[in-house]
Write a protein that binds this ligand. Structure first.
Ligand code: FAD
Length: 474
């Protein structure tokens, strides 16, 4: 029997609870060396998700320290790093939890084959989703394209109960050297915005578990009524923790299922929403081009504006379109790194319809600014709103931001919370916007609030005319 160490490769599973790779490694009784590798995929992350990852790694490092472990950080191509660590430590196994996006899958496949060729054991485990994307299929054995039948099928699945967290990790005799997290400067692209974001995020596994518990007891019952009201957030705000795996979807599922069993009437609405995350993962698994190409290929010929630099698109990015609901949404994202789901739909609809702009411009902007960035959910959300995705809202269904405001923000709590120029006595949040925005935008709370860059009726008419000519041609 070998006593050689196991390299436990953390990726987007920054937790000790419900960590199948960790549990499998522990069961061997061998020493564990937790590692994180900054490879090209990490380098490619947008500014806010990269910053948030740095925070998450710091928290994981502390968590591992509490149970006698250490997080060893290394940079470089994964196989180069793994080979070096194997040579330094004598490790004979590498274990990790699977990721299902195309770039990670392609990398992991090569890593697994290369390790096996070297005679190193390579084992991967599930846990990113409630069920692995290939475990669920239509009656005909094909991938789902529509959410409701997917949701029905998901409810028939056995969702594994979460695994417990270890209290002690077996350490190697000698720890390999680690690079310093500060030297990685994962937040560098955030510039001054990082200090603002820091006030609004809750980082790490312990914080995520606390948040789930708070939400379960204080927020869940009202979730169905409040989840659409951006000014009085009634949602779990767990998306960033789920995206980095500080908490697993199975932990959320089972905690909320227990509430359902106890008669909490908010539970099923939440579980359904959580299932959208799995649906997005399922779609991306079966179509790796989801973030890059219209899922309905004919939409590639739609007459989108394809420039991210027109005055209208710049106004959208800066939160000064003159449409309060849209501007509040874009500013919320600059300050908190998240945006309420209803606001994401309004902001995305406005860009793709009133401003007739390619959804990929918005998708990339969100990928740069969301701390909860998730390649699958972001691409699905954008394609859904733009009308070119699976199970999408039809293009001709154009959200009117004014009607949406009357319905979901009738007292203006959301818009006044975020737009300083609309109030003689701006809220602290509205003023924080100006700390977070790039100085080069030259925005000040003393500016007059802008007139709409496009009148809502004109924007709507322009979008519908474009749609009709597109439909007639295709
Ligand atoms: P809750 O309402 O408490 O829901 C619980 C969890 O369920 C969420 O944390 C999330 O993991 C999942 N979930 C809820 N709604 C959705 C949904 N519509 N699609 C997929 N998963 C969902 N979500 C991301 O996590 N990352 C993204 O990059 C992202 N980009 C989006 C872009 C657009 C244009 C749109 C319309 C939606 C996007 N979403 C994204 C989905 C959704 O807006 C967020 O998951 C949600 O706002 C997170 O808030 P919460 O944690 O309080 O959600």
């Amino acid at each position: 029997m070998t006593h050689a160490p196991i390299l436990l490769w953390f990726r987007r599973d920054l937790r000790l609870h419900d960590n199948a790779a960790l549990q499998a490694a522990l069961q061997t009784g061998r020493p564990l060396i937790p590692i994180f590798i900054r490879d090209g995929l990490i380098e490619n992350l947008g500014a806010a998700p990269s910053w948030r990852l740095g925070q998450g790694l710091d928290a994981l490092s502390g968590r591992l320290g509490d149970v006698g472990g250490r997080l060893v950080l290394r940079s470089g191509p994964v196989m180069t790093v793994l080979k070096a660590l194997i040579a330094e430590t004598g490790a004979t196994s590498v274990m990790w939890n699977r990721l299902h996006d195309p770039a990670a899958r392609a990398r992991d496949e090569v890593v697994k084959q290369s390790l096996k060729a070297l005679g190193i054991e390579a084992r991967s485990f599930s846990g990113q989703y409630l069920v692995d994307p290939w475990q669920i299929a239509t009656g005909a054995g094909t991938p789902f394209r529509v959410f409701t039948p997917f949701w029905r099928a998901l409810q028939q699945q056995e969702i594994p109960a979460p695994l417990s967290a270890p209290t002690r990790l077996p350490a190697p005799e000698v720890w390999p050297e680690s690079e310093a997290l500060e030297a990685w400067a994962l937040g560098r692209a955030m510039q001054r915005g990082a200090a603002v974001l820091e006030r609004h995020v809750r980082v790490g596994e312990a914080a995520a578990l606390d948040r789930l518990s708070e939400f379960r007891h204080d927020g869940l019952a009202a979730y169905p009524d409040r989840r659409d009201i951006p000014g009085a957030p009634g949602t779990s705000r767990l998306s960033a923790a789920l995206s980095l795996g500080e908490i697993s979807p199975r932990q959320c599922w089972h905690a909320i299922m227990a509430e359902e069993a106890a008669g909490n009437s908010g539970a099923s609405a939440f579980l359904r929403q959580l299932a959208w995350r799995d649906f997005a993962g399922h779609l991306l698994f079966h179509d790796g081009a989801l973030p890059d190409r219209c899922w309905r290929p004919e939409w590639e010929d739609f007459p989108w504006n394809r420039s991210g630099d027109t005055p209208e698109v710049l106004a959208w990015k800066q939160g000064r379109t003159g449409v309060p609901f849209v501007d509040a949404a874009m500013r919320e994202m600059q300050v908190t790194g998240t945006m309420h789901n209803r606001a994401r739909m309004i902001a995305a609809s406005y860009l793709t319809k009133h401003l007739l702009t390619d959804w990929r411009i918005g998708e990339r902007w969100f990928a740069e600014h969301l701390v909860d960035f998730d390649a699958a959910s972001n691409a699905m959300g954008w394609q859904w709103v733009a009308g070119c995705g699976p199970d999408a809202s039809p293009y001709f269904r154009i959200f009117n931001p004014e009607t949406q405001k009357q319905k979901f923000d009738p007292q203006g709590q959301y818009t006044t919370a975020w737009i300083a120029e609309m109030s003689p006595d701006p809220s602290p949040l509205a003023l924080e916007v100006f700390e977070a925005l790039p100085r080069s935008w030259n925005m000040s709370p003393e500016d007059a609030y802008p007139d709409p860059v496009v009148g809502l009726p004109e924007g709507r008419a322009r979008a519908l005319a474009a749609y009709e000519s597109f439909r007639d041609r295709s």
